[in-house]
Design a protein around this ligand. Structure first.
Ligand SMILES: Nc1ncnc2c1ncn2[C@@H]1O[C@H](COP(=O)(O)OP(=O)(O)OP(=O)(O)O)[C@@H](O)[C@H]1O
Ligand SMILES: [Mg+2]
Length: 335
């Protein structure tokens, strides 16, 4: 097949002068694009690099491709930015990988995602949303247990999630929420902090989707309230160990797997995704968030997980591609 690659490279995006320091965190490196491209070529496909933004628009109108493999995060700080590329592809009726615009737009909105997941009966930590600095003074801080974590409502890659995001009382919450709303120009979510094991889950496929693996994120230095923060993710080799398969009780793992597949389905995810959970002191796995567009770089949790389970990089990409192709009768793989 002739596969178009849609992606947003860190180096082509100009961050706004007054934006946060981690504004480009979710975007990809050329190395990741090369890895994916090499994987497709080794399976006999040809690859067209289409980039993102206006470059993608020009390329998609100019190039004839059978399918677009999409890892583009989208432009701006809009909550539906991940839906930009898939929306164009649906408009042009071109097959593409991964979840559809509606799913991607929902899942980048953490509070909305949590509401849907909660309605499906999956436990998720209690939360409040503060939309504007003006709401802050009027906000009711009752009913939220501390410590709590403060997170931008529409981000990923731990953007805006630092050591100081953990707050232990309403006064601290007020200060951090006010500061982050200004910096990230979006609502903030205050969420009950679940102290306990962190497990991230890979899901691949559609009919039915299957759990690829479950990986525990273990801090190298024991701390009271571990946060897999931006600082930790940037220095992951020094800061964390990855335990895969996760060594937790059978029933807890079964619960995490079941909740992952249920959330994947309820949210309308397709082809592949990564979901984060925290296991509370009550041993209940709490849904934290889902990434329907998980990173595919060597430093990404999904890839670390797959390699630890004995997959080769190309094998995983091929498996994802096969899930995509199965959805489109017009796409045929040579083998
Ligand atoms: N309610 C919570 N209780 C405990 N820890 C939490 C909670 N919410 C977030 N965290 C910690 O903060 C980290 C980042 O949060 P979250 O996964 O929501 O952010 P993200 O930016 O979407 O992450 P990703 O890089 O996976 O896209 C989590 O991996 C976890 O360590
Ligand atoms: Mg996460």
């Amino acid at each position: 097949m002739r596969i178009g690659l849609a992606y947003d490279l860190k180096e082509v995006i100009n961050p706004e002068a007054d934006g946060p320091e981690d504004a480009l965190e979710e975007y990809d490196s050329g190395e990741t694009i090369d890895l994916i491209s090499t994987a497709f070529k080794s399976a006999g496909h040809s690859v067209v690099n289409m980039g993102g933004g206006a470059d993608f628009l020009l390329n998609i109108l100019r190039e004839r491709v059978d399918l677009v493999f999409n890892i583009a995060e989208g432009r701006g700080n809009y909550r539906s930015r991940e839906a930009q590329v898939p929306s164009v592809l649906e408009m042009l009726d071109i097959p593409y990988s991964g979840s559809d615009p509606q799913c991607l737009a929902i899942c980048l909105d953490k509070p909305l995602t949590k509401q849907l997941v909660k309605d499906a009966g999956i436990p998720t930590p209690a939360w409040h949303v503060i939309d504007t600095p003006e709401q802050l003074s009027a906000a009711s801080w009752k009913g939220l247990a501390y410590p709590a974590i403060i997170k931008p409502a529409y981000e990923g890659s731990s953007k805006g999630i630092h050591v100081g995001s953990l707050v232990s009382n309403p006064e601290e919450a007020l200060e951090v929420v006010g500061r982050l709303i200004k910096c990230y120009r979006q609502p903030m979510m205050l969420e009950e902090f679940i102290a306990g094991d962190e497990v991230t889950v890979g899901v691949v496929g559609n009919t039915p989707p299957a759990v690829l693996g479950m990986m525990r994120i273990v801090p190298k230095k024991k701390v009271d309230h571990f946060v897999y923060s931006l600082e930790v993710k940037r220095d992951y080799l020094e800061m964390v160990d990855y335990e895969c398969p996760a060594r937790l009780e059978e029933d807890v793992l079964a619960e995490i797997a079941a909740s992952s597949l249920k959330a994947f389905t309820v949210l309308g995810c397709r082809d592949f995704a990564r979901l984060d959970f925290r296991v509370g002191p009550d041993r209940i796995p709490y849904f934290i968030e889902v990434n329907p567009l998980p990173g595919l770089g060597t430093y990404s949790d999904l890839i670390i997980m797959a390699l630890k389970l004995g997959w080769r990089y190309e094998e995983l990409i091929d498996t994802i591609l096969r899930a995509v192709v199965k959805r489109y009768p017009q796409c045929v793989l040579a083998r």
